[in-house]
Design a protein around this ligand. Structure first.
Ligand code: AMP
Length: 417
């Protein structure tokens, strides 16, 4: 509309009430699944020292190089709006000496994250993630459980068209050795590669696996794959994760080209993609980060975790906007002060009993009130009448019968509506 001076900043959005319902269901379902598996909520600040992300996420990653909302506060501190949740949680783990607790420490979180990316469907500058971290275990069972919990969440929410991709990066040293091998292989085939892949052989060789150029794809088919180069411990670990997932009936495909945009990953990595999402098809993903806690100043502590994007889940679910509806709408004659007072106290009693109850606040006439009750999805309307009598109207069947306002709560809660 012309004349609007202010708009939500580029890449951000308002969550309006009609969308809040579907969002709340996602959050509630996740919270329940996390709690049942013993992952306890943690909340960290939305901004942290910039250095935490530079060190944790990695100087050479896109996130740190291009996407952070960084600023200096009035005290001259370099701060950054958190682009991800794992480094802050590991910072909290170290800061609060959580390594002294029984291990692993199992945590869950949910909240806003910030990346200065080019906005498009499913990609925003402020978005929301929910996720879990199991810190202090290198057991493959923790990997299988973490992965299984995301599969469970997406299944329980009814997200369609989901596929799990699984890979392993091995240890940091093994990965380094592999990257050198891959670079040498790519240089040996330079003539057959597309220009953009050729230019990035030394900076980002793994990108060649994503190329849609036919010549490059042919070269990459025979390229050395990291999952095939895993050394014994890493290979055993990965085999055990796969065996546990197989036993649990969690389906996956091994993706030798899987990489994630953060430096801290080691060993198991995974990604849940959804075929309803277009270009930004990843719904959630994560992996092991066995070196991160130590890198942030804590003791050597293996860990695994994942995050899923709430907006991507909502896009995939594509639910109609809607509201919760209301259990009872109380209609009264606007000019009757006794009825007004009764409406207020009855609404309070109904709410105390756990029902949702509302009444008119806009001075509508009785007909207008009924129309409004319909609009907000009221299942019943209590119609207060002049002489203290009342009628309870079922908005679906349109049936109406007299009720005693003194026993209204019992009657409705008892299911006799
Ligand atoms: P990451 O922290 O990069 O591993 O991302 C985990 C999940 O967060 C992704 O699978 C997405 O669902 C979500 N996500 C990441 N970046 C964005 C973004 N810019 N906008 C919306 N969702 C995002």
């Amino acid at each position: 509309m012309a004349g609007h001076k202010y708009q939500a900043p580029r890449g951000t959005f308002d969550v309006l009430p009609a969308d809040a319902h579907a969002r709340a269901r996602v959050q509630r379902t996740a919270a329940e699944i996390f709690a049942r598996a013993g992952f306890e909520p943690i909340a960290t600040p939305v901004f942290e020292d910039t250095e935490l992300f530079e060190r944790g996420v990695g100087h050479s990653t896109d996130i740190v190089r291009k996407e952070m909302f960084s600023f200096e506060d009035k005290g001259g501190r370099g701060l950054t709006l958190r682009p991800e949740g794992t480094a802050p949680i590991c910072r909290a783990y170290v800061e609060h000496g959580m390594h002294k607790l029984a291990q692993p420490v199992k945590l869950s979180y949910l909240g806003p994250f910030f990346r200065h990316e080019r906005p498009q469907a499913g990609r925003y500058r402020q978005f929301h993630q929910l996720g879990i971290e199991a810190i202090g275990t290198d057991s493959p069972l923790a990997d299988a459980e973490a992965i299984g919990l995301q599969a469970e969440l997406l299944a329980e929410l009814g997200v369609p068209g989901v596929e799990l991709r699984l890979g392993s990066l091995g240890s940091l040293e093994a990965r380094q050795a592999y990257l050198e091998e891959l670079k040498a292989y790519l240089h040996a085939h330079e003539g057959e590669l597309s220009g953009d892949v050729r230019e990035r052989i030394d900076t980002n060789p793994l990108r060649a696996f994503d190329s849609d150029d036919e010549g490059t794809q042919a070269v990459m088919e025979a390229a050395p794959k990291l999952v095939e180069r895993l050394e014994s411990d890493d290979a055993d670990h990965f085999a055990e994760v796969r065996a546990l997932l197989d036993a649990a009936g969690v389906e996956y495909t091994i993706d030798p080209t899987l990489v994630r945009g953060l430096d801290y990953y080691t060993r198991t990595i995974f990604s849940f993609v959804c075929d309803r999402l277009g270009a930004q098809s990843e719904i959630g993903g994560g992996g092991r980060y066995d070196g991160l806690v130590e890198q942030l100043g804590g003791p050597a502590t293996p860990a695994i975790g994942w995050a899923a994007g709430i907006e991507r889940i909502l896009l995939a679910l594509d639910e109609e906007p809607g509201t919760e509806g209301r259990d009872v709408f109380i209609s009264f004659a606007a000019d009757d002060s006794g009825q007004r007072a009764l409406a207020l106290s009855l609404a309070r009693d109904l709410r105390r009993a756990g029902l949702s109850a509302e009444f008119d606040l806009a001075g509508r006439g009785q007909k207008g009130q009924l129309k409004h009750a319909d609009r907000i999805g009221a299942r019943r309307v209590l119609i207060l009448e002049a002489d203290g009598a009342a009628q309870l109207r079922d908005m679906e069947s349109r049936e109406q019968r007299p009720v005693d306002t003194g026993s209204l709560v019992e009657e409705i809660v008892g299911g006799a509506s």
